[in-house]
Design a protein around this ligand. Structure first.
Ligand code: MOS
Length: 688
């Protein structure tokens, strides 16, 4: 298996990798946002300060008209400064432009906004549930068979309501944009997971041809979904540059990242399972409600995995939302399956306890040979192998009740991981020079996951050269388009595009395996040969169920007096298609597991109920895992090559790692303490 160091490493370590806010543009104006301090109502007046250095204050009176667009591509369909209506705390109501950042921030602080009377916002769980329209990732409801009949025929049933918390992405690099216009040509350097969505949105908002918008974004300092869609800062930077006639730089503050870049919404999910005495599922019901903003009914599609994980004659799922005066949610770090697996995999553990069957054995008895809802074959599914190899690596056979070391109660828990193997159109251009140097160009962002190394490996193996011969140019909308660095889709989709482009170069050169490409280019009297290649999901996506899987095993230690939870070791074994770069894949999954630890034990954004405001707006108050929290993490992959999912054999990995960890830890906590915590994150007082 290939293991390649990232080519972008040295540039990152030496500080020469250029992130959006690093770009130096002469004569730039600095922008600071003025944001609402109320969750609803109207802006009545904005008192603009006469402060030093201020060049303009842009609000609803002078921003100009922007053309409505849906979400996505926008983060929310309410376009900033187009009306005086307030939809959430922290909504931008004005942009101050000044000659220095300090002057802009000073003037923004002095800007006084008067609001109409506001009303206390409704609170999640205490307001009307709405059936959404088409969900983002799946239909709102799915049904197979008769769940009530299946439950009536069961020997044992379990039933519980589980909650997950509002969580914020919290990338290291806050969102940032530098924008300028030359005539009706707009250029933005922005921190985005998809230059393509940014380009689409800006062209639509400003009603200019798509090719008049250039989006530059080679490096992203973490996104986790916060930079997938187009949020107000990008729109306002471009609008402010247009109004002022100057380049505008707008960097979000850490605090603004808590209201202006989305979050994973709080959910309440009820799961009911029925099974025969020998552990065969007779019915699965999963009902889910998530908080949404009033602006758009964002659906957290938690129930997907419930339709494809276990064989059951009767399955029923339902998604609803509650529309609240709060900032807009968005996909975040393993959306959908991430929060959805906690109730399902906790309920499976509860069922195992009820039946007196080992939790791994219960999963094996309910393994699905085809997609349980649709009846389609899986492109490749090696979950059984993950379960058995994971149990072996962890030493699961030695599990027993009442394990203890000093004051630490020890518990072992497990859960299944799964994530939809998303796919999207992708394209790349491959050029071979007469000296053998290869350049691949594609509009992909390097977000930390190691995509340039993946591209090097695929190009090199197709062309028959060394990965070090391949230079990867990325992150400019003028390159062939890659849909976006999100949805764990890049390894599967971009690899196929690069493979197709490189194959096309080989055909042009009529090259045979082992040929020197440089010699062939030279012999043809050319300086270079190049080809574009693309790939898009095809019919196979309709004919097959294409998902990734894994098994996660966790050991917890719970202090018998203090309720402190420690996680000394986690084992994850994954079925994710071909692993193109072992080193980067290992790193990705380790990171995902660490985020899963965050979901299980730390991450929770608390909303102040009278103001509809997230209380924590920094990384001291919003707690994410740090090195000291993390014990041994043992990641491995089963051998797999899924040519149905992608011509490269890859299905994609990133977000799969964050799946299954929350329930594995919660199940281990139950094993250690006998306490079934149905709300994440698990906190000390849950265990006292
Ligand atoms: Mo991920 S939430 O698709 O960045």
């Amino acid at each position: 298996m290939t293991s390649l160091l990232r080519p972008d490493g040295p540039a990152k370590l030496t500080g020469t990798a250029t992130y959006a806010a690093d770009t130096r543009i002469p004569d730039v104006l600095y922008a600071a946002l003025v944001t609402s301090t109320v969750p609803n109502g109207q802006v009545v007046a904005i008192d603009k300060p006469d402060a030093p250095g201020v060049v303009a204050v842009i609000d609803h009176t002078n921003v100009g008209t922007l053309t409505p667009l849906p979400s996505p591509p926008l983060g929310h369909s309410m376009i900033p400064l187009q009306t005086t209506e307030i939809h959430y705390d922290g909504q931008p109501v004005a942009v101050v432009l000044a000659e220095t950042l300090e002057q802009a921030q000073h003037a923004a602080a002095l800007t006084s906004v008067t609001y109409s009377d506001t009303s206390p916002p409704p609170i999640f769980g205490r307001t009307e549930q709405i059936a959404p329209g088409a969900g983002l990732f799946k239909a709102p409801t799915d049904k197979k068979g008769d769940v009530d009949a299946g439950l009536a025929s069961a020997d044992k049933t379990v039933h519980g309501t589980y909650t997950t918390a509002d969580r914020h992405h919290s990338p290291i690099e806050p969102s940032a944009t530098i924008a300028w216009w030359e005539g009706d040509q707009l250029t933005v350097h922005t921190s985005a997971q998809s230059s393509q969505l940014a380009q689409t949105a800006l062209a639509g908002l400003f009603q200019i041809p798509r090719e008049h918008v250039r989006v530059v974004c080679a490096y992203v300092g973490g996104g986790f979904g916060a930079k997938g869609y187009v949020w107000p800062h990008l729109i306002l930077a471009a609008a402010a540059a247009k109004v002022s006639g100057r380049a505008v730089k707008l960097v979000m503050t850490r605090a603004q990242m808590f209201s202006l870049a989305g979050h994973q919404p709080i959910t309440s999910q009820t799961v009911t399972l029925g099974a025969t005495a020998d552990g065969k599922l007779t019915a699965i019901r999963h009902l889910s409600v998530n908080a949404a903003a009033r602006v758009d009914a964002f659906v957290e599609s938690t129930t997907g995995a419930t339709t494809w994980l276990y064989d059951s004659p009767n399955i029923e799922t339902d998604l609803k939302v509650e529309a609240l005066d709060k900032p807009q949610p968005t996909p975040m770090r393993a959306p959908a399956e991430g929060p959805g697996l906690f109730p399902l995999e906790s309920a499976m553990d509860e069922l195992a306890v009820e039946l007196g069957i080992d939790p791994v054995e219960l999963r094996l008895r309910n393994e699905a040979s085809v997609d349980p809802l649709t009846g389609k074959p899986f492109s490749s599914r090696k979950l059984v192998q993950c379960l058995t190899e994971g149990a072996e690596r962890f030493g699961w056979a030695d599990r027993e009740p009442g394990m203890r070391e000093g004051n630490w109660r020890i518990g072992w828990g497990m859960a299944v991981a799964t994530f939809g193997a998303y796919q999207a159109p992708s394209a790349a251009r491959v050029r071979v020079d007469s000296d053998g140097h290869v350049v691949v160009e594609t509009d992909m962002q390097e977000i930390g996951s190691g995509l340039p190394a993946m591209v090097q490996i695929i190009a090199a193996e197709t062309l028959g050269c060394a990965p070090s011969d391949v230079e990867v140019q990325h992150g400019d909308s003028s390159y062939p388009p890659h849909t976006g660095t999100f949805g764990s889709l890049s390894s599967g989709s971009l690899s196929a595009a690069v493979q197709n482009a490189a194959s096309s170069v080989m055909e042009k050169l009529q090259a045979q395996p082992g040929d020197s490409l440089a010699d062939l280019v030279d012999a043809a009297g050319l300086e270079f040969v190049e080809s574009e290649g693309s790939w898009a999901p095809d019919q196979r996506g309709d004919d097959y169920s294409i998902k990734s899987f894994g098994a996660v095993f966790a050991e917890v230690r719970v202090d018998a007096d203090l309720g402190l939870v420690r996680v000394p070791r986690i084992v994850g074994v994954y079925s994710a298609g071909r692993i193109i770069n072992q080193m980067a894949a290992h790193s990705q999954m380790t990171g995902g597991i660490i985020w899963g630890y965050g979901q299980a034990l730390l991450e929770r954004s608390v909303m102040e109920p009278n103001l509809g405001r997230f209380l924590s707006r920094n990384l001291a108050g919003y707690v994410v895992p740090v090195n000291a929290d993390i014990g041994d993490i043992d990641v491995s992959f089963v051998e797999e090559d899924d040519r149905i999912a992608s011509p490269s054999g890859a299905r994609g990995i990133g977000e799969l790692g964050a799946c299954g960890v929350g329930p594995a830890i919660a199940n281990a906590v139950f094993h250690a303490t006998g306490k079934r915590v149905r709300s994440l994150p698990i906190r000390v007082h849950d265990l006292l």
